[in-house]
Design a protein. Structure first.
Lengths: 157, 161
């Protein structure tokens, strides 16, 4: 089995893991947009005029990317979106940690800093997820999923 | 291939953002697109926190004659509960650091007592005012600071045994 085939098959569970992760992460943010807006504002990076816009749109992009990864639809585009979001999250976390902010990550359900405080471990975790998204972006060949099914149907027709 | 992936990603982001804005407009608890008033963000300011070691309420160091004891509870809590003999009352304020003059006074009192260790006890809550006061004074130059795990309630339980 060639390296490309190995990475292509490794990309499948990575894709599903990231898909579940991103859909799960977005669920609470969409259900309680105000809480997520407070989380975004807490980072104190974006101007006030962009806080709500980010809080409204970002979770839906997470859901779309997550569902595409799960279903095997345009997986590379979805992985690119996930990688881009991970880079933004890592940057925001690093800035917050550099400022010494004792705050919640806001990555999943909104929690107090006491329950889910940010740390360099959070950054390491996000770097791991970034690596997984890069694996999908580079290695995925669409082995399993709707795109592959549609392609087979086209070939048969 | 790269260009196609970039275009598809941009399209997905744009369509998702469009759906998000549409849903936000229709839902009853949608956010205004532009926040008009700043969010009330409660993030503790970075404090110069130092090293503190926890000690059990029955640790001999707590009652030792070589220990300088500090009660970090609020005045009301300190009045309501027992205080360790000789403990100096320095109520911990979650918002304001100890004024420099008060800290200097405390440092002089510790030096004059010839104590080799400082033990702070607070309300024993989560977070514990004793631990936080300990971190604050340790971060501002007072050495060998410990806090009583469980704070005053743990000390009281230990005393009533």
């Amino acid at each position: 089995m060639t390296a490309a085939r190995v990475s292509a098959w490794l990309a499948v569970p990575a894709r599903w893991y990231l898909g579940v992760l991103f859909v799960g992460a977005a669920w609470h943010k969409i259900a309680v947009p105000h809480a997520f807006a407070v989380d975004v504002a807490t980072y104190d990076i974006l101007p006030l005029s962009l806080v709500n816009l980010t809080a409204i749109t970002l979770p839906w992009i997470e859901v779309a990317a997550g569902l595409m990864l799960l279903a095997g639809v345009r997986t590379r585009a979805a992985a690119l979106l996930v990688a881009g979001m991970m880079l933004v999250f890592i940057g925001a976390l690093a800035i917050a940690l550099g400022r010494g902010l004792d705050m919640s990550c806001g990555c999943f359900a909104s929690q107090g800093a006491g329950e889910d405080p940010i740390s360099w471990l959070t950054v390491m975790r996000d770097l791991g997820w970034l690596a997984l998204s890069m694996l999908v972006l580079v290695g995925d060949r669409g082995q399993v999923g709707i795109d592959r099914w549609l392609e087979r149907r086209r070939q048969r027709a | 291939m790269v260009q196609r992936t970039l275009v598809e990603a941009a399209l997905v982001a744009a369509v998702s953002a469009g759906v998000a804005l549409a849903v936000n407009t229709l839902r009853p608890n949608g956010l205004p697109l532009l926040a008009r008033t700043p969010y009330e963000v409660l993030v503790p300011c970075p404090e110069p926190g130092g090293e503190v070691t926890p000690v059990a309420p029955d640790d001999p160091a707590v009652g030792s004659s070589h220990t300088f004891r500090i009660d970090a509870r609020t005045p009301a809590e300190a009045l309501a509960g027992p205080r360790l003999p000789g403990a100096v009352h320095v109520p911990f304020d979650w918002l304001d650091p100890i004024p420099d003059a008060r800290l200097a006074e405390l440092a002089r009192a510790i030096a004059a007592s010839r104590a080799t260790r400082v033990v702070v006890y607070g309300d024993g809550g989560h977070p514990d005012s004793g631990e936080h006061l300990g971190r604050e004074i340790s971060g501002r130059g007072i050495k060998n600071v410990s806090f009583v795990r469980g704070g005053a309630p743990a000390l009281q339980r230990e005393e009533s045994r």
